[in-house]
Ligand binder design. Structure first.
Ligand code: UD1
Ligand code: MG
Length: 449
């Protein structure tokens, strides 16, 4: 049975007090809506559609960057969750199979739960994901007996008795595409909010002899984000989960609570991560690497046995081969560092390729930017770059070549050559001391006067 996913993300999220649409606020370094897109992708849908409204263009841009096959549909006016899903009617026309509705602001739903929802479609025409709420607050209440669902009542419309129910609606539902849109067409807005409630499809389904069921999940999974405080709580929860996952997968975290992960951080077995390390999006660290304290990594790949930091910064496109060493106060961006090469101190390596076992001395800088264009630096295998060498790109230093400390290298250096690009030293015997004596005398005279 094929499945399509509809992600509702048109709401304003006014309680965030933000100019940024709610679903673009980051959790684990990626926007909330991307969490929904990624869990959707795990169930392999034939079609994913995101319904956007407030900040629609910005949301659409993020959606397309994450998933080029996802469709974005606008809901110009937010008239309720049923109205939101109805915007997708034409897009899904003719696509047979099930539809799962997710929210763009509910980032913890797991693929296993969506699979359970689909499995329950064997017994029910409409399946709703519910949870036992510790504090049911304003959630919609599920009127159910065992796994059979009668109807959903929104908090605003509920009686005192119904409000006492603790089984709540997560908002995630699954139904056959054609049936879902038939039911939605019958939804009205005669209720306390004057909205078209998607939740009404349950009672409508039951009234026409269809069956509805509930699949339960843990409350933590359905956590939605409405305020900055909830976003902060969700982030803490997310980090706790990622740390536990890393430890389970055989990663050593010396001080787990000081290591921060992105949604897609991958750390290989027997890698060691020291204190206070931040992983931004798109980081893969292979096994047996060592990420030392106070390092910041994003969009990079660290191979087996490499050592990074302390105090290193790996930016997007940093590609470290096996056994590379990147030391303190070193920044690497869009650069391939081949096996066993060393960049140990105070360096910037950007838009570059560094050959195997090359050694870049302290203070090496690739001068990659001329103010308009970026240029490439190539350093050959086994080259030795003297401390404080400025490599003015585009430039190439050959294999096993050397540059003298303090050189400004503007021309290519052939394999095996030594290049010196600096002023010649002049030494004046005795002048240093004479100069200092004169300055001290001048200071003493000034003090008296
Ligand atoms: C909804 C459910 C409620 C459930 C709760 C779970 C309905 C009527 N109620 O209530 O039973 O317990 O979620 O969190 O479905 N959206 C749109 N367009 C709209 C309206 C909403 O895209 O016109 C999106 C929102 O951006 C949000 C989601 O749908 O992502 C849910 O909308 P929201 O207004 O938060 O619904 P709740 O009142 O929380
Ligand atoms: Mg809500």
């Amino acid at each position: 049975m094929t499945v399509s996913v509809v992600i509702l993300a048109a709401g304003q999220g006014s309680r965030m007090q933000s100019d940024l649409p709610k679903v673009l606020h980051p959790l684990g370094a990626v926007p909330l809506v991307v969490h929904a897109l990624r869990v959707a992708r795990e169930i392999d849908p034939v079609q994913t559609v995101v319904v956007v409204g407030h900040g629609g263009e910005a949301v659409a841009k993020v959606v397309r960057a994450e998933d080029e096959f996802a469709t974005v549909v606008a809901q110009p006016e937010q008239l309720g969750t049923a109205h939101a899903v109805d915007q997708v009617r034409a897009t899904l026309d003719g696509i047979d199979g099930d539809v799962i509705v997710l929210y763009g602001d509910t980032p913890f739903i797991r693929a296993e739960t969506l699979a359970a929802l689909r499995a329950a479609r064997l017994w029910h025409d409409v399946v709703v994901l519910g949870f036992e709420a510790a504090d049911p607050g304003r959630y919609g209440r599920l009127i159910a007996e065992d796994d059979r669902l009668e109807r959903i009542v929104e908090f605003k419309d509920a009686t005192e008795g119904e409000r006492a129910i603790t089984l709540c609606n997560s908002g995630v539902i699954c139904a056959d595409r054609a049936q879902l849109f038939d039911l939605i067409a019958q939804v009205g807005n005669d209720n306390a909010a004057g909205e078209f409630y998607l939740t009404d499809i349950v009672a409508l389904a039951r009234a026409q002899g269809l069956s509805a069921g509930v699949v339960r999940c843990d409350e933590a999974e359905t956590l939605g984000i409405n305020t900055r405080a909830e976003l902060a709580q969700a982030e803490a929860r997310f980090q706790t989960r990622k740390r536990a996952e890393a430890l389970e997968n055989g990663v050593t975290l010396c001080a787990p609570e000081t290591v921060y992960f992105a949604q897609d951080t991958y750390l290989g077995r027997d890698t060691v991560v020291d204190q206070f390390v931040v992983f931004g999006p798109g980081v893969t660290v292979e096994s047996e690497a060592h990420i030392r304290a106070f390092s910041h990594l994003e969009g990079c790949h660290v191979s087996r046995g490499a050592v990074v930091g302390p105090y290193a910064r790996l930016r997007p496109g940093a590609e470290l081969a096996e056994d590379v060493r990147v030391g303190n106060f070193v920044e690497i961006k869009n650069a391939q560092i081949d096996e066993g090469a060393k960049v140990n101190h105070l360096s910037y390596v950007g838009d570059a390729s560094v050959g195997a076992r090359a050694n870049l001395g302290a203070g090496t800088v690739t001068c990659n930017y001329d103010g308009v264009f970026k240029h490439h630096t190539e350093i050959g295998e086994g080259a030795f770059i003297g401390s404080s060498t400025m490599l003015v790109a585009p430039v190439k230093v050959g294999a096993h070549a050397l540059t003298g400390s303090g050189s400004v290298i503007t021309q290519d250096v052939p394999d095996g050559a030594l290049a010196l690009g600096r002023g010649k030293q002049e030494t004046k015997p005795g002048l240093g001391k004479r100069l200092m004596d004169r300055l001290r005398a001048a200071k003493a005279a000034k003090g008296k006067g």
